[in-house]
Ligand binder design. Structure first.
Ligand SMILES: Cc1cc2nc3c(=O)[nH]c(=O)nc-3n(C[C@H](O)[C@H](O)[C@H](O)COP(=O)(O)O)c2cc1C
Length: 201
């Protein structure tokens, strides 16, 4: 037990329980550098993955490439009927995040052993590891998608044949350590363990 009467947990579990997302408007420089991104990708690759299919790819957008992404976000917003101001907000999302990582799925629908749903689960597990690793390295961020993942120009910009654009992980440093995703903020309550855990006989 600690001073507050809570059971002491291993630091790795404490870190998992403390993970939370932080939106783009709360992110500042620096974003993860090459070494940090490689460590995060290595953590993603440690996730459970039936038959080691690695049914995902990650594409890093940073520096000037953010301007191209911003133009594509703006175009998608306009094509979805948003006005100039609202489209500008969408464009700003690409420019504000120090690093954005596109998440692409490569689902083999005809795989003889591993059905599609297991491949999606492997992608989700990899994504969770990626986000946990980012936070362990001191970064913050959030997985985002939206209708724009179905926009043809964005799909063409990111996807090789057979790939699906899942969305983007916005990454950076928490603007304030007092913000969610910054240092040691208590995690917002979610479903309780008892909601998902029951004995079976
Ligand atoms: C594949 C995927 C796509 C998501 N897309 C969005 C999104 O477009 N907008 C959003 O606000 N949250 C989105 N989320 C949820 C957030 O990333 C985040 O998990 C959620 O806000 C809960 O916060 P937490 O991670 O701190 O519990 C998405 C999550 C996943 C896994």
């Amino acid at each position: 037990m600690n001073a507050a009467g809570s059971p002491l947990l291993p630091p790795a579990l404490e870190a998992l329980l403390a993970r939370r997302s932080l939106g783009v408007k709360h992110l500042v420089e620096p974003g993860p550098d090459d070494a940090a991104l490689a460590a995060m990708a290595a953590a993603a690759l440690r996730a459970p993955d039936h038959a080691e299919l690695v049914p995902y790819r990650l594409r890093v957008v940073r520096g000037d490439a953010r301007r191209r992404l911003a133009r594509l976000f703006e175009q998608a917003a306009r094509d979805a009927g948003k006005d100039g101001a609202a489209a500008g907000v969408d464009a700003e999302r690409a420019l504000r995040a120090p690093v954005t990582v596109a998440v692409l799925a490569r689902i083999d629908l005809g795989h003889p052993l591993v059905p599609a749903h297991e491949q999606w689960i492997a992608l989700g597990a990899a994504l969770a590891n990626f986000l946990n690793a980012a936070q362990a390295l001191g970064y913050a961020g959030k997985m985002l998608s939206g209708a724009k993942v179905r926009h043809a120009a964005l799909q063409a910009a990111f996807c090789a044949p057979g790939e699906t654009l899942v969305g983007w992980v916005a990454l950076g440093t928490a603007a304030s350590p007092a913000q969610p995703g910054g240092a040691r903020q208590p995690r917002r309550a979610k479903a309780a363990p008892a909601d998902i855990l029951a004995s079976w006989s």
